[in-house]
Design a protein around this ligand. Structure first.
Ligand code: ZN
Length: 207
């Protein structure tokens, strides 16, 4: 299975890192060894002194597809979950300044905690799925990030259309759809809790 992530997909987060709003989705990927399931703890790696949390809505692909048109993209995912895109911000800044790929800063072991998935149909309101889902992250009980997918620069459907132009999507592939503002560092002993609406979807202890 493949894991895709979207960078710079919420305007306020783009601003907090001093980046510009992208014309196309910024896509990177992580290997399956990045996944942390079942609320496994995250061990701080020794190659960074500035690991940041980024809470994100994650969609799971349920149908094989290639060059999917935006208007049909909704047929290719039916579940949503919550994940954290751990980022070695110090390393990422170094790599960006040299024009190098972000892989080392983004795709390392354990960099993608993932919670359970729930049917997306639970959230489809009168405005459809793109105006429906509140999510948030608490660090040690304190609210640090809050988002709603209506504020995404690129919708789930646009992301799927864009990614599938380059990569065949397969059943079980995951797409981390970007983080809202409020990213910040973690240290040993921190506990992260992620929520969709008021439901606890993910817990991650930092060790
Ligand atoms: Zn991210």
């Amino acid at each position: 299975m493949k894991i895709f992530c979207v960078g710079r997909n919420y305007g306020e987060h783009v601003k907090e890192l001093g980046n510009s709003i992208p014309e196309n989705p910024v896509i990177f990927s992580k290997p399956d060894t990045a996944l942390l399931k079942n609320n496994e703890p995250f061990y701080l790696p020794d190659f960074s002194n500035d690991i940041h949390y980024e809470v994100e809505l994650v969609i799971r692909i349920n149908k094989v597809g290639k060059k999917i048109q935006e208007q049909f993209a909704r047929n290719y995912f039916n579940e949503i979950g919550l994940g954290i895109d751990f980022t070695a911000r110090d390393l990422q800044t170094q790599l960006k300044s040299k024009g190098l790929p972000w892989e080392l800063a983004k795709a390392f072991d354990g960099s993608a905690p993932i919670g359970n998935f729930i049917p997306l149909d639970n959230f489809v309101g009168s405005n459809g799925v793109d105006n429906a889902i509140n999510f948030s992250l608490k660090k040690n009980g304190e609210l640090v990030q809050q988002g709603n997918n209506k504020n995404m620069i690129f919708s789930f459907e646009k992301i799927i259309a864009f990614v599938s132009n380059y990569f065949t999507l397969k059943v079980g592939d995951l797409i981390y759809t970007g983080t809202p503002a409020g990213v910040g560092p973690v240290k040993v002993g921190d506990t992260l809790e992620g929520f969709i609406e008021n439901e606890l979807m993910l817990t991650c202890e930092v060790k």
